[in-house]
Design a protein around this ligand. Structure first.
Ligand code: ADP
Ligand code: MG
Length: 327
């Protein structure tokens, strides 16, 4: 299969029509129109086989996830997603892989009205780099910096599911499926959170003008709250008891394991944000309208670092490290 044919498959399934795409796939570069009064918001994420997803992951899930992790970054900025480019490196020109990949990528792209407008296709070990472009009204991007002492700290959705899903996959590999059969539905739910994360795009947009700082949780709650704390030059105190978890997670693992997965498991793609007390009520109403569960975890404090308090009021100073590639 020729490179051109692979690009055509991607174009057919992922290059949705948007009026603001003046030139899409097929020329040397794409041309898009940014709405007046807006700023461009850009992010890139790479997924490497065996590092960011198990090698056996279904191609459609890889396609979905490669876009989802990017849309999650845009969501954390409060940006409306619009366009994506895709650098696809794969060992051979495999039309079956590209078709399935495009189905997964295209399904999520359609959901958020994102158009694939270009990219690059090369031979090598399987790796996918997606760049997404979105926009915000000028000056309205939500940053990691901006938290104030006394702000409430919130998180969307539930934590630890994806990391729990990864553990399920690993234990299925090791011990065969049999011992885990009774938990099958729960495990499938956790694994789907790993393979098909739902980026909090609408919630991110809804937090514009409300959240004082925001981040998406990709490397683990504690590590990512640490980024808000560091950027804002403040600290964050949270209570372990408050960490929201799914029924599936609690039914699959003992409480200690659940807490570890919730605090330091990666791949949640939920939003963690800080917000002034005066705006909390407005935010709750907005998130309820969007059907987005939010949970208060704690507060922003003057001393630096992230502290997690257990039910006895004892704290440990961010012992859980997030995922770091070069350590
Ligand atoms: P060039 O040689 O000018 O870089 P290519 O032959 O690499 O162009 O690409 C031709 C067109 O196809 C370009 O518009 C490019 O953006 C698009 N394209 C190539 N690979 C991909 C891909 N993986 N996904 C989306 N578009 C792609
Ligand atoms: Mg060219």
């Amino acid at each position: 299969m020729a490179e051109f044919d692979l690009i055509e498959i991607l174009k057919q399934r992922c290059a949705s029509r948007r009026d603001d795409v003046h030139l899409g796939i097929g020329d040397d570069a794409a041309v898009v129109a940014l709405p007046a009064g807006h700023e461009l918001v850009i992010c890139t994420d790479t997924l490497v086989a065996g590092v960011h997803f198990p090698r056996e992951t279904a191609p459609a899930d890889i396609g979905w996830k490669s876009l989802a992790v990017n849309l999650s970054d845009l969501a954390a900025m409060g940006a409306s997603p619009a366009w994506a480019t895709l650098a696809l490196t794969m060992p051979e020109a495999d039309a079956g892989f590209v078709s399935a990949f495009a189905d997964g990528f295209g399904a999520l792209a359609a959901r958020h009205d994102v158009a694939l407008i270009g990219g690059d296709t090369t031979r090598g070990p399987l790796a996918i780099t997606v760049t997404t472009h979105g926009f915000v009204p000028s000056g309205c991007a939500i940053r990691r910096k901006g938290a104030q002492v006394g702000d409430a700290v919130f998180v969307s959705g539930t934590l630890g599911d994806a990391a729990g899903g990864l553990r399920c996959l690993q234990s299925i590999d090791e011990s065969g499926a049999s011992a885990l059969m009774q938990q099958k539905a729960n495990q499938e739910l956790l694994i789907s959170r790993l393979n098909r994360p739902q980026p909090r795009v609408a919630a991110g947009i809804g937090l514009r003008g409300l959240a004082s700082a925001c981040i998406d949780i990709s490397d683990g709650l504690i590590a990512d709250l640490g980024h808000i704390a560091a950027a804002s030059e403040l600290g964050i105190d949270i209570e372990e008891e408050c960490l929201p978890g799914s029924v599936a997670l609690f039914e699959c693992f003992d409480m200690n394991t659940c807490r570890t997965l919730q605090k330091s498991g990666g791949d949640d793609y939920e939003l963690a944000f800080t917000i002034a007390s005066a705006k909390v009520e407005l935010m709750r109403i907005a998130m309820t309208e969007l059907g987005c569960q939010v949970t208060q975890l704690g507060r922003v404090v003057a001393r630096t670092g992230v502290r997690v308090f257990d039910r006895n009021g004892q704290h440990n100073v961010s012992p859980e490290k997030g995922w770091e590639h070069f350590t």
